[in-house]
Design a binder for this molecule. Structure first.
Ligand code: AMP
Length: 180
C-alpha cells in the first residue's frame, strides 16, 4: 500500500483528533497531534513544559519554532504514513512544513477540512472538560483559529488537495466519508 501523508484542518472542537485517531488506527498511520505532543511535554514538567502549560491554558499558540522541532522529530518515524492533526496552525507553519517535507521526500496527498457551526463547537468544548476548555480560553482559541488558521483553507485549496468534510454528522458517517 502507498504511504499516505494527511492533514486534518478545522476549528477546535470539530472532531479532528477523534477522526484522526479512527483513521490512523484502521490504516496503520502514525497519528501526530501537536496538541497531544505538547501536552506530553507539559507532563515532563521541564522548564519549557511549564511555559507551554501557561500558553495552552491561555488559549494562545505555542512558539512556531518549538512546535516545528517537535513535529520534525516525529515525521520521519512513520512506516505507513502519518496524519498531522493540529498542525499547521498558521501560514508560517505551513511554509515550514512544506520545506521539511521536501527534505524528507514526503508530500501531503490530502487535507481534510472538518467544519462545524461555531455554536456547536463552543458547546462541545465546554462539555469536553480539558483544562483549557473554559469559556475565556475557548473564545481566544476560536478567535485565533478564525484569524490565523482559517487562511490555510485557501492555501491548500490552491494546491488542489483540500477536501471539505461536514463535521455535523455521527462519527461513523464522517470516518466512512474520509476513508472513501
Ligand atoms: P489542540 O489539542 O490541537 O486543541 O491544541 C491545544 C493547544 O496546544 C492549542 O490551543 C495551542 O496552545 C497548542 N498547539 C497545538 N498545536 C499547535 C500548533 N501547531 N502551533 C502552536 N500551538 C499549538
Amino acid at each position: 500500500m502507498m504511504k499516505k501523508h494527511l492533514l486534518f484542518l478545522g476549528p477546535p472542537g470539530a472532531g479532528k483528533g477523534t477522526q484522526a485517531s479512527i483513521i490512523s488506527k484502521s490504516n496503520g498511520y502514525l497519528h501526530l497531534s501537536t496538541g497531544e505532543l505538547l501536552r506530553n511535554e507539559v507532563e515532563k514538567k521541564t522548564a519549557s513544559g511549564i511555559q507551554i502549560k501557561e500558553i495552552i491554558n491561555s488559549g494562545k499558540l505555542v512558539d512556531d519554532e518549538l512546535v516545528l522541532k517537535i513535529v520534525k522529530q516525529n515525521l520521519a518515524l512513520s512506516k505507513q504514513g502519518w496524519i498531522l492533526d493540529g498542525y499547521p496552525r498558521n501560514i508560517s507553519q505551513a511554509d515550514s512544513l512544506t520545506k521539511v517535507l521536501y527534505e524528507l521526500n514526503q508530500r501531503i496527498e490530502k487535507v481534510f477540512y472538518l467544519n462545524l457551526d461555531e455554536e456547536i463547537l463552543v458547546n462541545r468544548l465546554l462539555n469536553r472538560g480539558r483544562t483549557d476548555d473554559n469559556e475565556n480560553t475557548i473564545r481566544t482559541r476560536l478567535d485565533i483559529y478564525n484569524e490565523t488558521t482559517k487562511p490555510l483553507i485557501a492555501y491548500y485549496k490552491k494546491l488542489n488537495i483540500l477536501e471539505y468534510i461536514d463535521g455535523d454528522r455521527d462519527l461513523k458517517t464522517i470516518s466512512d466519508d474520509i476513508k472513501q
